[in-house]
Design a protein around this ligand. Sequence first.
Ligand SMILES: [Zn+2]
Length: 480
Amino acid sequence: MKTLLKIFLVGLIILLGVLIFNTMKLKNEKQNQVSTIDIPKDDTAAKHLSEAIQIKTVSFGDTLPIDTAEFLKFRMFMEKTYPLMHSKLEKQSFNQFSYVFKWKGKDSTKAPFVLMAHLDVVPVEAIAESKWTYPSFSGMIKQDTIWGRGAVDDKSSAIAIMEATEQLLKNNFTPERTFYICFGHDEEIAGKRGANIVSKWFKENNIKPAFVLDEGGMIDTEKFKDVKRPVAVIATGEKGFVNVDISVTIPGGHSSQPEKETAIDVLNSAIQKVRSNQMPPIITPPLQSLLERTAAEQSFLKKMIISNMWLFKNTVIKNLEENKQTNAMVHTTLVPTIVKAGIKDNVIPSIANATFNSRILPGQTSDDVVNFVKSAINDDRVSVKKQTISLMEASSSTPSDHPSFKMLESITQKIVPNVLVSPYLMIGATDSRYYRPFSEAVLNFTPMQNAKGFHGIDERIGITDLSRMISFYKLVLAEK
Ligand SMILES: [Zn+2]
């Protein structure tokens, strides 16, 4: 009995030793050693963003036409507001309203950098309009804040890039490397006619960017409650996208004498089966980095848990699953977004369909999604098919020790005092996905703090934030 107790105690000591040893290895990211720069408040840029918001460059839907007059207006606004950019840089249009500006650098032997943004915005639902503090396309400037659809996503990026470029051109600046500034006009409907076509042009001309920067992660001082510093997250990878259609065909009939099970019933139960389970969780490398970097700023217990994932992985995953955003970081998600059946109140339909939208984690594939759906439903009456038209497998991630990540990290430290910069995995999709296959590094970051109303009500940005973004892009353009 004594021997057993001894063995148990020795085991316990070894376990504690390992736990503490790993915990001590988790080092805080070095405190900000770069000094921050002064960021002048740019009221002129704020007026330009306000003007840009007032032009309704809306992407309504995949199959719905755009208002070309508005997109034309936006082009004229760009030409009028940024004349040097239009006269000194080489400009090309793609499908009329997507643009590429080439700014030739001093050193043509270096691979170019790409700055991206999109000019389209999502619509404002009629029912939501009355809930806005100011009309959604007013571009109202009130108390240092610019209000309106696109203030966050993504006209602020487009405007900040153009302001930075124009201001540098005014000072006769030439970048060291060649820069391509790419603006898509249909990002909100998957970028098929914009970024997709532009990326093909890059491939045809054998242009291989060393670095691509698009919208994505932001600066946050609210969500990471236990971290006492602002946290800037830079996405090093993004999830994939697939739609899976399920369909049930069972002869219908008169609604006065229904069969025990109708097509709708079978479809309904199939949806429930898929929704009651999740695909296996994965802690991807960017998420692992985010957990480590933020844990290093927190309590000893938190540090111990994150630095000993071999023991606490399940606990960590359970914790992440509690919140919809963090759940989406550890799981490939699946949710029905379209359900169709029936044409008349007294006719039982003979066909019922649903579409699941799935966002695929790196490490899983669209085939894994289809197989998961099939085995969850496990019913021959339900056909399962993946859509190929909008399919995008999950991207490979840019390693966080890549020079371009370090570059953005150090630039971010210059514009945000005492910031903690971390990689993360983006759960939405952006235009930059088209560039991943032929670019050395693709990162997603918008240097905006605590953004509000993105895709929703009261979308807005502070003038300070916009000014910071301009300084940020200037620093990127000045990189060697
Ligand atoms: Zn966007």
